[in-house]
Design a protein around this ligand. Structure first.
Ligand code: FBP
Ligand code: MG
Ligand code: MG
Length: 335
């Protein structure tokens, strides 16, 4: 039973048995993510002081201007996971292709692959607004002992064995699920220890916040425009409050605690929206569902989608169940 202020280490050990494949490997994996997150947190907290802000001077496979902190976070997570010999493959939002972990550091007997968005909310790094890291973990489907393959990464979200995010905000938190609810741990920077501060995180009964970049309103499908108008209407418990940080992790974290919906729809300028199914939508969908919410592309459950490419994008609607159902209703009605 999760006890408040239990350390993350204690919680991982205590809940290991809950995990159907428990062999300690997943615990070691979460521990490695905890370690890498501390190193990234250390740099994030100095953003502005040290030469860690601004562009890294290259464009990533997403066509985005890579930030120095994107590169630092990417290298830190990949190195930490590789050095600890617990994964057989890694895919990252910042890397064109997936990474096969093999050679003397790994006898390839490992069973897990990790997919990461090493730094989420990159546009907020230089303006001191909270950013995050997102991770998603699967058991490989190809035979243990052989190099991982694309199919180990292109699994539907409902096959995730664990997922979570780190939020580098007013405090640093690690929030994750292994399919048994969602728990949040806050880092005590003085001690370098994470403590269970948010046991069993769940969306409140009803949500009254909507989060969307309204600057794109004119380009949204009619159904999405209608839903935004519905949120703004003076009626019943509306208008809802509009809140948009521009960091997916921070917007969803707030909405899990306060109740709300995050939307990144497709538009006439971005046919599949912006967010990446594997690194952003699937892990946040797993968290949202385990917190009693829902996640959809406007028509289907995100976690039922069968990925076809490493960096594919999908429209994303995630939050309180009844709010996601409402926006789906508006989208399908307008079709
Ligand atoms: O500036 P926009 O178009 O509203 O996009 C903001 C969204 O893009 C993201 O920054 C994309 O993530 P990355 O920073 O990892 O590329 C999300 O965190 C955020 O919700
Ligand atoms: Mg992101
Ligand atoms: Mg990113």
């Amino acid at each position: 039973m999760a006890t408040k202020n239990q350390t993350l280490g204690e919680f991982i050990i205590e809940n290991q048995a809950e995990f159907q494949y428990s062999s300690g490997e997943l615990s070691r994996l979460i521990n490695s993510i905890r370690l890498a997150a501390k190193m990234v947190n250390h740099e994030v907290n100095k953003a502005g002081l040290v030469d860690i802000t601004g562009s890294a001077g290259n464009v990533n496979t997403q066509g985005e201007d890579q930030q120095k902190l994107d590169v630092f976070a990417n290298n830190t997570f990949i190195k930490t996971l590789t050095n600890r010999e617990i994964v057989c493959g890694i895919a990252s939002e910042e890397n064109d292709d997936y990474i096969i972990i093999e050679g003397q550091r790994c006898d390839n007997k490992n069973k897990y692959v990790v997919l990461i968005d090493p730094l989420d909310g990159s546009s907020n790094i230089d303006v001191n607004v909270s950013v995050g890291t997102i991770f998603s973990i699967y058991r490989r489907v190809t035979p243990v002992g052989t190099p991982v393959q694309m199919e180990d990464f292109l699994q539907p979200g409902n096959m995730q064995v664990a997922a979570g995010y780190i939020i580098y905000g007013t405090s640093t938190m690690l929030v994750y699920t292994t399919g048994h609810g969602v728990n949040g741990f806050t880092l005590n920077p003085a001690l370098g220890t994470y403590y269970l501060s948010h046991p069993n995180m769940t969306f409140p009964e009803t949500g009254r916040i909507y989060s969307v970049n309204e600057g794109n309103y004119n380009h949204f499908p009619q159904g999405v425009k209608d839903y935004i108008k519905y949120c703004q209407k003076e009626e019943e418990d509306r208008p809802y409050t509009s809140r948009y940080i521009g960091s997916l992790v921070s917007d969803i974290h707030r909405n899990i605690i306060k109740g709300g919906i995050y939307m990144y729809p497709k538009s006439s300028v971005a046919n599949n929206g912006k967010l990446r199914l594997l690194y952003e939508c699937n892990p946040m969908a797993f968290i949202a569902e385990q917190a009693g919410g829902a996640a959809s592309n406007g028509y289907e459950r995100i976690m039922n989608l069968k990925p076809s490419e490493l960096h594919e994008r999908v429209p994303f609607f995630c939050g309180n169940k009844e709010m996601v159902e409402k926006v789906e209703e508006y989208i399908q009605k307008a079709d």
